[in-house]
Design a protein. Structure first.
Ligand SMILES: NC(=O)c1ccc[n+]([C@@H]2O[C@H](COP(=O)([O-])OP(=O)(O)OC[C@H]3O[C@@H](n4cnc5c(N)ncnc54)[C@H](O)[C@@H]3O)[C@@H](O)[C@H]2O)c1
Length: 222
């Protein structure tokens, strides 16, 4: 599958690289030109065990590329994962400027049905906000979903490649099926995909969740 990842910090770089390692064609987009140029040359700006080797292998095998050109990346993809930073603003709330800008850019650049999958950590209500914001930005159908990231720095590759569970916030069957397919190589048979509605009430799971999971993932997206 052709995938764009927007925001190539810790989460975006690990996610994009692992998606490429599992056989997808991944274009990674960031507004930081220096960062992108370094990555194009196989220089990884963060230290994470095993990451540089994976980046270099997937670059060489042409499943992974890096660009500052959002439009071209999205135009060639069906799914865009948004992994831009959400720093705390003065009032303590997550600053969604980057997420909203990236989502609008993706919607404008989509050339057909497209999924915006938000990986950034965002408050409840963000998916609705994004949906409203982009409503007039594209003549194509755009599904807005949430796939929150739980990786830890230091074991990020392992966490991404062997997650305990994958949480998908979605109301679209088509988007859910595509996101499941993208994550299927990372899931061992007994690990669940938890599908929830956009405001994250537990809607369905591949197997029955225990109550603590319901509590833990009560609000994965907005
Ligand atoms: N780092 C972690 O361990 C971790 C774990 C889980 C979730 N998260 C969440 O994931 C999100 C990303 O975290 P991170 O640590 O990777 O952030 P980061 O600060 O390392 O990277 C964010 C990247 O986004 C880029 N960016 C900002 N605005 C952009 C735009 N409009 N278009 C394209 N690129 C843009 C920046 O240049 C930067 O390279 C945050 O919401 C964070 O809370 C982080």
């Amino acid at each position: 599958m052709n995938i764009a990842v927007v925001g190539i910090g810790y989460v975006g770089l690990v996610s994009g690289t692992c998606f490429a390692e599992s056989g997808n064609e991944v274009i990674c987009v960031d507004i930081d030109r220096e960062r992108i140029e370094a990555l194009q040359n196989g220089h990884v700006p963060i230290y994470e065990p095993g990451l540089e080797e994976l980046v270099r292998r997937n670059l060489k095998e042409r499943r992974l590329s890096f660009t500052t050109e959002l439009e071209a990346a999205v135009g060639q993809s069906m799914v865009s994962f948004i992994a831009v930073g959400t720093p705390m603003s003065a009032d303590g709330a997550a600053d969604l400027t980057g997420v909203l800008a990236a989502a609008t850019g993706v919607a404008r650049a989509a050339t057909g049905y497209h999924i915006i999958a938000i990986k950034s950590t965002v408050p409840v209500g963000t998916n609705d906000r994004v949906r409203e914001l982009i409503a007039q930005s594209s003549r194509h159908r755009i599904d807005v979903c949430s796939v929150p990231e739980f990786l830890k720095e230091g074991s990020a590759i392992e966490d991404f490649m062997r997650p305990d569970r994958v949480v998908i916030g979605s109301t679209s069957e088509q988007a859910t099926a595509i996101l499941r397919e993208i994550h299927s190589p990372f899931l061992r048979t007994d690990n669940p995909v938890l599908v929830m509605d956009p405001r994250s009430n537990l809607a369905s799971t591949q197997r029955s969740p225990c109550p603590s999971l319901r509590d833990q993932f009560a609000q994965p997206d907005g």
